[in-house]
Design a protein around this ligand. Structure first.
Ligand SMILES: Cc1ncc(COP(=O)(O)O)c(C=O)c1O
Length: 419
């Protein structure tokens, strides 16, 4: 029983000009970045054509109006994850957001000898900022390893935690394995042990409705461009309990726009910082991107976007079943586990004895876009004992027909390489 009719998906695809302009392209690289709805392009154009001015600074009526639009946009985006207006700030992408948070924690929360837990499925954007800073600030990194189902077992986390554990930074959903982590119980355990929980929701928010309050997350990050929004915009959530006495904390990045007072003379350094969220936003923010993204969010809310999760799961089930019929395919994770709510939308595999880049080149000849390589998660590859994989990542606008065409193209790989 299909949850969405073909007509329903055709209607959705009409909201995305990419498909109109590229009717033959099968876009299955959604974990890298997603296609953009018309509303984004219209709203970005609208702001640039009619309302463009800097925000939060000048005293003109005009700038006040742009600031008002910017504030309204922040409100829409914050409510999307059930946070408050002053609990989110903007960066340039998830990578900048994660770097910001790692620095912010290192400056204000971590001390020598403390431990930070990361996982074997982390994207380098979550892994490396903490790893580099651990060398400077002398805290220790511990890696929560994958089990043989390529999942993270909560019992293993319990064993890793010691009285020195100060933070856990973990992805909501793996950008390679499609595994959705049990953030609810990880958060519960973290709270019991007074550990700060950082969540990289870059993939998670694309496929799962996230309520930061219900999950009691301390810090969270995602990128607009993976959620049908513009590039150049990352969103960081900080739970308000960490905003108390914010003036006593050191911002990880500083400059114009975050201070109320600067007085520096001889030995005197007297700096007054603005309140949240401005404390975290030095320099001119991504004004038109924030505005257009808030309209993408409203579009997603209007179409009840997260109701398509079931459809994405059905697409994944179909894809995995079809891949399993091909004896020359090696599937990772889905070989032992059926797609379900905790593993879907992203499917890694290899064509036996064919390099993933060759697979991608052949599929490209059929106008099929997938991703191959290490996907910025080399710790996963170590577990899989491979250098690279092919990754199909689905979105709600993909169709069963597209999967059929992908499977036919993969059969051509077998013919060409005579395997
Ligand atoms: C899980 C995860 N975290 C972080 C990132 C980095 O996102 P961005 O490139 O938008 O900074 C990605 C990108 O693929 C990702 O999949």
């Amino acid at each position: 029983m299909k949850t969405m009719t073909k007509e329903n998906i055709i209607k959705i695809r009409k909201d995305f000009p990419f498909f109109y302009n590229n009717p033959n392209v099968i876009y299955l690289d959604n974990a890298a970045t997603t296609q953009k709805p018309y509303i984004l392009i219209e709203k970005e154009k609208e702001l640039l054509e009619k309302y463009y001015s800097n925000v939060n600074r000048t005293a003109s009526k005009f700038s006040f109006h742009t600031t008002e639009l910017f504030d309204k946009s922040r409100d829409v985006i914050s409510k999307f994850i059930n946070s408050n207006f002053n609990e989110i700030f903007f960066t340039y992408n998830a990578t900048y957001g994660l770097n910001y948070l790692a620095l912010f924690l290192a400056y204000n929360y971590l001390k020598e000898g403390d431990e930070v837990i990361l996982t074997q499925m982390e994207h380098h954007s979550n892994l490396l900022p903490f790893v580099y800073l651990s060398k400077i600030f002398n805290f220790k990194i511990k890696i929560w390893k994958l089990n043989d189902n390529l999942e993270l077992d909560l019992n293993d986390l319990e064993k890793l935690i010691t009285p020195k554990t100060k933070a856990i930074s973990i992805t909501y959903m793996s950008n390679v394995l499609g595994v959705v982590n049990d953030i609810k119980n990880i958060s519960k355990l973290a709270k019991e042990k007074h550990i700060i929980l950082v969540v990289d929701a870059t993939q998670g928010i694309v496929h799962n409705k996230i309520n930061v309050k219900e999950l009691d997350i301390d810090f969270m990050v995602f990128s607009a461009h993976k959620l049908y929004g513009p590039t150049g915009l990352g969103i960081v959530y900080i739970n308000q309990k960490h905003l108390k006495n914010i003036n006593k904390k050191i911002p990880a990045l500083s400059g114009g726009g975050i201070v109320s007072k600067v007085n520096i003379d001889d030995d005197l350094i007297d700096i007054g910082l603005l309140s949240f969220p401005y404390f975290f936003e030095p320099g001119t923010p991504a004004i038109s991107q924030v505005y257009s993204f808030s309209h993408v969010i409203q579009y997603l809310q209007n179409i009840e976007y997260y109701n398509y999760q079931e459809y994405e799961l059905e697409l994944t089930q179909y894809l995995v079943n079809e891949l399993k019929k091909l004896e020359f395919i090696e599937l990772y994770g889905y070989n032992k586990n059926k797609p379900n709510d905790n593993r879907f939308a992203i499917v890694p595999f290899n064509v036996k004895n064919v390099h993933s880049h060759d697979v991608a080149t052949i599929l490209d000849n059929f106008d099929i876009v997938i991703r191959v390589g290490h996907h910025c998660t080399q710790l996963i590859n170590k577990k899989l004992n491979v250098d690279s994989t092919c990754r199909v990542s689905l979105a709600f606008y993909n169709t069963f027909d597209e999967i059929d065409k992908l499977i036919e193209a993969i059969k051509e790989v077998k013919k060409i390489f005579k395997i």
